[in-house]
Design a protein around this ligand. Structure first.
Ligand SMILES: [Zn+2]
Length: 171
């Protein structure tokens, strides 16, 4: 179901709504769902980086960005990147996409640091700092899965669940 409000939560005009509904159905008609990964693979044209591309609103646009506009409440005029959890450029499954910003960049750096740490310590249950917890909360808000965060931070998924539900980590 397309998001029917524009920037600032203002309702869109009927012309825009009709165009978004058409966009939604034309994207869904050109996907193949990969049963293993759950990726929505774009069956139309791809650009040189492997991202799906399609003409919409008078210009060629990235399919994964349009998916984020339709289903993740993403502002299409934003300069932020839409990133893939699944590292699969032609995928436009909204649950595999997230809006990149400073927080996720920090997590990417964290991931690299954590990978080194885990190799050294062979430790699957690293201790989370206050800053880690803030980052995890923000990433959860941005739609990162609990499973992925558990593996990024090297903790049990139940720990992430606890943070999501604010059990043990009162700020
Ligand atoms: Zn995917």
């Amino acid at each position: 179901m397309a998001n029917l409000t524009g920037r600032g939560g203002k309702p869109l005009g009927w012309r825009k709504i009709r165009s978004l509904k058409q966009l939604e159905s034309s994207l869904l008609q050109r996907r193949r769902i990969d049963e293993t990964s759950g990726c929505w693979l774009w069956l139309g044209a791809r650009n040189s980086a492997g991202y799906g591309s399609v003409g919409y609103d008078g210009r060629v646009q990235s399919v994964h960005r349009l998916a984020a506009i339709l289903w993740l409440n993403f502002d299409g005029d934003s300069t932020k990147d839409i990133c893939h959890h699944c590292d699969n450029p032609p995928c436009f499954n909204p649950s595999h996409l997230y809006i990149g910003d400073n927080y996720t960049n920090t997590i990417d750096r964290k991931q690299r640091g954590r990978a080194r740490y885990l190799r050294g310590e062979e430790n699957g249950n690293a201790h989370l700092s206050f800053v880690d917890v803030q980052l995890i909360r923000k990433a959860l808000e941005l739609g990162t899965s609990q499973h992925q965060l558990a593996s990024l931070f090297g903790v049990a998924q139940g720990t992430i669940w606890g943070i999501a539900h604010e059990k043990h980590w009162a700020a």
